[in-house]
Design a protein around this ligand. Structure first.
Ligand code: GDG
Length: 520
């Protein structure tokens, strides 16, 4: 039943790859293949929302991870990294341009984030998306044991669930969308809107960040394919799959009930708290404050340099407060970490220019010899440094114009074991559904953002602590283990009543894994 993967290494067979009972499929692997200037190459642990979220689950489940290593045109054999079985999928340079930078990052990303930037629609990008999704599906089918559980991640791979189901009806398939799912009025722009909805409906469980995303999806299903939806379920009618060979009888896929529901993602909360409690990290936080001239208040923004994150809106609000004299650079400094992202996509190059021009102007207008207005960093930092920054920051600014969840907001809360600090949080980030004791803002309302910044700076410590305590309770309880356990339980539930064929029972194994994760 298992098939050979097109782009995967020739030596990979279901036998030597192990035939895994639990397989994660995502665009990027949890490790990047990095080539240095001198031509030498290494595998590096890659940061980012998805990896941060899934790593602990993979270790607990001893599963395989199918994905791209981040470099075009290179083929790699499967290998084990830090206890995770890595199954690399190859992408050509053209595919990186068309499937990844094009359709994923310049069509779907802006479309799914409320068209903050205009999406581009190109048929050759779509063709590449279909081809690459098929390759990921083939690679996942090749390493999945009979009856395995496969968890497909994110918007780059929305066709994989249906492709996998067609090839391997024995699998239990989950899909999680890390970014928002847009309202139908926006989604309906997509020329390939029906194919994507059908692709997703190949899954048994489709997870979204927010309740609103799940309802947007159900509405798209009703409008585009007319299936009956009984929240949170979607009734998918049975289909005849035509025979591919003359003697082939074809396949009938029975009617299915798909669960489409919100599973808000979280972080490895206790590891952030653990780092924050380390004396050397606290010393580093103090050093950061000293380095900035010990202002009364440090405000912090940490984002991938992305137009969805509302960095410009944040800078505008801060610049106006300085211009109006409501804030003084002797008292307040804004630290902005903008980690490099998608640097070959035009909209991102333009964004970088805009942000850096604004930072330069604000610093030029307001910095003094001893105090800078904005300490701006276009770098990635180790996690230890991020936690030191969280500890050093009195106010955390999350002003996303649209964001699936925003893990940074949760990381700040998890790190503040001292109970101090104020989170200013956009209502357009998924995290605002849970972090209701933050100062919630509409980032488009610049006056509202300015008032929230002042309120945060002036907030009495007692109130900070009351708010932070409530948010910490939630983030420590609803951590990433809880998230994955909830999702995997729902997958398990979706198969209740189905007979499991042999003594090898991946779903039983999965249940055991869920228990282990819950106890973690
Ligand atoms: C997508 C969705 C959703 C950032 N810079 C550095 C660094 N990071 C880490 C943060 C955080 C992660 O990357 C970013 O996660 P976010 O959630 O904030 O945003 P996206 O990257 O857009 O993630 C998002 C997420 O998927 C998960 O579902 O929440 O809505 O867009 O963990 O700390 N980490 C380190 N150095 C950096 O410089 N070490």
């Amino acid at each position: 039943m298992a098939q050979r993967a097109h782009g995967a290494n020739e030596n990979m067979t279901p036998e030597n790859s192990g035939g895994y009972d639990f397989v994660v499929v995502s665009n990027r692997l949890p490790v990047d293949h990095v080539i240095a200037d001198d031509g030498s190459s290494t595998w590096q642990h890659s940061p980012g929302g998805l990896v941060t979220a899934l790593e602990p689950v993979m270790r607990a489940a001893d599963g395989a991870w199918v994905g791209w290593a981040g470099q075009p045109d290179l083929e790699f054999k499967p290998f084990v990294s830090d206890g995770i079985h890595i199954v690399p999928v190859t992408l050509s340079s053209d595919e990186v341009e068309n499937y990844y930078e094009g359709f994923s990052n310049d069509t779907l990303w802006p479309l799914y984030h409320d068209v903050i930037a205009p999406p581009s629609y190109h048929r050759e990008w779509w063709e590449s998306y279909v081809l690459v999704n098929q390759r990921f599906a083939d690679a996942a089918a090749a390493v999945s044991a009979a009856g395995a559980v496969v968890w497909v991640q994110d918007y780059q791979l929305q066709l994989v669930p249906k492709m996998l189901r067609t090839a391997r009806p024995d699998l239990t398939i989950g899909f999680f969308n890390h970014i928002p799912f847009p309202p139908y009025g926006i989604y309906s722009q997509l020329p390939w809107r029906t194919q994507i909805v059908e692709g997703l409906l190949g899954a048994d469980v489709i997870g979204f960040q927010r309740v609103a995303d799940a309802s947007n999806f159900s509405r798209a299903v009703r409008r585009l394919v007319g299936y009956v939806t009984k929240n949170p379920y979607i009734e998918v009618p049975g289909t005849e799959v035509p025979a591919s060979e003359p003697n082939d009888q074809g396949q009938r896929q029975p009617p299915r009930r798909v669960l489409a529901k919100a599973f808000p993602i979280s972080i490895d909360s206790s590891s952030f708290e653990e780092l924050a409690r380390r004396p050397e990290i606290q010393a580093r936080a103090k050093e950061i404050r000293d380095g900035l001239g010990n202002p009364k208040t440090i405000m912090l923004g940490v984002d991938r340099l992305d137009y969805t994150k509302g960095i410009g809106h944040r800078l505008k609000a801060y610049g106006e407060l300085l211009a109006e004299g409501r804030l003084d650079v002797e008292d307040v400094t804004l630290v902005q970490v903008a980690s490099p992202s998608r640097e070959r996509v035009q909209a991102y190059m333009q964004l970088r220019d805009e942000i850096e021009l604004t930072v330069g102007r604000i610093n030029g207008d307001f910095a003094t010899m001893s105090h800078t207005a904005i300490s701006y960093h276009h770098h990635g930092y180790p996690r230890e440094e991020m936690v030191a920054l969280y500890l050093a920051a009195d106010v955390m600014l999350v002003t996303a114009l649209r964001d699936g969840m925003n893990l940074v907001a949760k990381e700040y809360v998890a790190s503040r074991f001292d109970g101090n600090g104020v989170l200013v949080l956009s209502e357009f980030a998924g995290a605002s559904d849970e972090l209701r004791r933050s100062l919630r803002i509409n980032p488009h309302d610049i006056d509202g953002v300015k008032d929230a910044m002042i309120q945060a700076i002036e907030m009495p410590q007692l109130e900070q602590q009351r708010r932070m305590r409530a948010m910490r309770k939630l983030v420590l309880r609803n951590d990433v283990n809880q998230w994955s356990a909830d999702f995997l339980s729902a997958l398990r539930g979706s198969k209740n009543g189905d007979s499991v064929k042999d003594s090898e029972d991946p779903l039983g194994e999965l249940e055991w894994t869920i228990e282990r994760i819950r106890r973690h």
